[in-house]
Design a protein around this ligand. Structure first.
Ligand SMILES: NC(=O)C1=CN([C@@H]2O[C@H](COP(=O)(O)OP(=O)(O)OC[C@H]3O[C@@H](n4cnc5c(N)ncnc54)[C@H](OP(=O)(O)O)[C@@H]3O)[C@@H](O)[C@H]2O)[C@@H](O)CC1
Ligand SMILES: [K+]
Length: 530
């Protein structure tokens, strides 16, 4: 599973590579710079636009100088600007500065505001000011340079990080960070790129595998991972020739209220389509005919007239998905509390069931071990209280799931799945999933997987991944706006088949290392030079 390494680990991996691979740091930087150059060259194909490279004086700046040299040697129109960030200049920065001079290029030294170069919106900017070594927020003159680049509207490619973005702590001054179109980051995905509060700093990003010491990375301990196909594929289980529906469990979906029967209907259909052997819904009477006619495969049990109150289901399910469209009326909340008091069956808890628990936190103790909670950020906030920033939110998530021995799926662009103190960030999906009923479908998918005896943690990983993949498949024929929750269910088989599809050669695309797979018709602005 791709590990999300810390800054300290990346520097250690760096040192281990130099030591164990018998490669000098300057050669490693040359290799990294060439990879970035090749990325640009593959897209520009010799185009004579102006490329302005902004370098700091550390190693991130050194990368910028290597890129500048190779672009120049390939005949590109390059202007190299060095920003005096302080008195420190790294050795390899200085070496690459000399190498650039050797091919006749004198970089421009920018030392004050009056020297800021003009940047046209048709230029391409390569941002190599700060990377991993950012130690404080950029201020004064450097902040001015960053603002100048941001105001230019040019296409900005950031090297390793959008300069000014901290790898492991929150930004306090939004105006001191580069707003990149794309970021080429090295070796490991960065936690900072997965956080909603940082989304303005890079529209898209991808990981360049720069060949750091494999053994070090293998042994490196982390509690943050990016969830990709290679890890999901082995979780999926093929069906045995002699299997029958009894082998695939019985999902019970409890939810619905007058006007919100659709939520249960979507969950039940998703559980069924995901392969649950049997599906029963337990709903208010008002939903009986709707359910029986819309999903004939599903069995229906009824409760109160317009909302749930008794939770007195008669079937013996293997798993229960609860909360969708349920409402939080007192009668329903009381019935749900009673149910929690006696229930021992694993749960997938969503929406109003989470809201009821949030209003009476003691109920958390009644949730069976290894149950799955699927809150969106607002529901999670009701559960754990406000957070300072997204890093704080992740710590709350990690601790909450661990403390209560449950799995929490915090929904978002990079849905985070918390289990036993670890976080797994999903790599699939796109904004098409921001649609009514999308969460109800996810609950149904996870419930349907647990019914088939997937461990709830595996069900959460596989379910979240497939749910996201359906939206990527959907964008082959639709746009974000037209994609609805039923399309997620429709594309589930495509998402499963995709697990076993052969990938195109790496040179064309490497989806496991890039969020580029999210490029769709709605997201073409980063393609301006391509
Ligand atoms: N990991 C890898 O394997 C590889 C990494 N490589 C590359 O190395 C990069 C890391 O390089 P790096 O360590 O030299 O740090 P970098 O980001 O260039 O900045 C450090 C300089 O900036 C300064 N400075 C910091 N904040 C400041 C501020 N607010 N305002 C002003 N100054 C500030 C800081 O000064 P100081 O904090 O010491 O006072 C120091 O002088 C990494 O991102 C990647 O691009 C590849 O080449 C090879 C493989
Ligand atoms: K940078």
């Amino acid at each position: 599973m791709p590990k999300i390494l810390s800054v300290k680990q990346l520097y250690e991996a760096d040192a281990a590579t130099v030591k164990n691979k018998n490669i000098s740091f300057i050669d490693l930087m040359e290799h990294v710079g060439i990879l970035c150059f090749e990325w640009i060259h593959a897209r520009l194909q010799g185009s004579q636009i102006n490329i302005q490279i902004f370098c700091g004086t550390g190693n991130n700046g050194g990368d910028g100088l290597v890129i500048a040299r190779h672009l120049k040697q390939y005949g590109y129109n390059v202007k190299t600007n060095i920003i005096n960030c302080g008195n420190e200049r790294s050795d390899v920065f200085l070496k690459n500065y000399d190498r650039l001079k050797e091919i006749g290029v004198w970089a421009d030294m920018i030392t004050c505001e009056t020297e800021l170069p003009e940047i046209s919106e048709n230029d391409m900017v390569v941002d190599a000011i700060f990377g991993l070594g950012l130690s404080r927020k950029p201020e004064n003159f450097i902040k001015k340079v960053i603002q100048h680049i941001n105001a230019s509207n040019a296409y900005v490619l950031s090297i390793d990080f959008p300069s000014g973005l901290f790898a492991e702590k929150a930004v306090t001054d939004k105006d001191s960070v580069i707003k990149a179109y794309h970021t080429l980051t090295f070796q490991s995905p960065k936690l900072a790129f997965l956080l909603p509060e940082n989304r303005i700093y890079t529209k898209t990003w991808e990981v360049l595998e720069i060949g750091l010491d494999k053994e070090y990375i293998y042994n490196a301990k982390t509690s943050n991972y990016l969830l990709v196909k290679e890890e999901i594929k082995p979780i999926y289980r093929f069906r045995d020739k002699f299997s029958h529906k009894g082998d695939f469990g019985h999902s019970l979906i409890i939810g619905g209220s007058f006007g919100k029967i659709g939520a249960v209907s979507l969950s039940a259909k998703a559980a069924l389509t995901m392969g649950s052997g049997l599906v029963t819904v337990h709903i208010p009477k008002c939903g009986y005919e709707i359910l029986q006619t819309s999903i004939p495969e599903v069995m229906v049990e009824v409760d109160g007239d317009n909302e749930l109150q008794n939770f007195n289901f008669e079937v013996l399910p293997s798993v229960i998905g609860v909360g969708m469209g349920m409402g939080t009326k007192t009668t329903t909340a009381n019935g749900f509390k009673k149910f929690l008091n006696t229930n021992k069956i694993p749960l997938v808890i969503d929406a109003d069931a989470i809201n009821i628990i949030s209003k009476n936190k003691k109920l958390i103790e009644l949730i069976p071990e290894n149950s799955v909670l699927t809150p969106h950020p607002k529901e999670f906030e009701r559960l754990v209280g406000k957070w300072k920033d997204d890093y704080d939110k992740l710590e709350k998530l990690r601790l909450f799931a661990k403390k209560h021995k449950i799995i929490v799926v915090l929904k978002g662009a990079f849905t985070a799945i918390a289990h036993e103190g670890e976080l797994y960030f999903n790599s699939t999906g796109n904004p098409a999933l921001a649609t009514a009923g999308s969460g109800d479908v996810l609950t149904g998918i996870i419930t349907g997987l647990i019914a088939q005896k997937y461990h709830p943690f595996e069900a959460a990983l596989l379910g979240v991944y497939l749910h996201g993949k359906t939206a990527e498949i959907g964008m082959e024929t639709e746009v974000y706006e037209t994609f609805v929750a039923s399309d997620i269910i429709k594309n589930l088989s495509g998402a499963i088949m995709d697990l076993f599809k052969k990938e195109p050669p790496i040179a064309e695309s490497n989806p496991e290392q890039t969020t580029d797979t999210k490029k769709t018709k709605n997201n073409d602005d980063e393609e301006m030079y391509i």
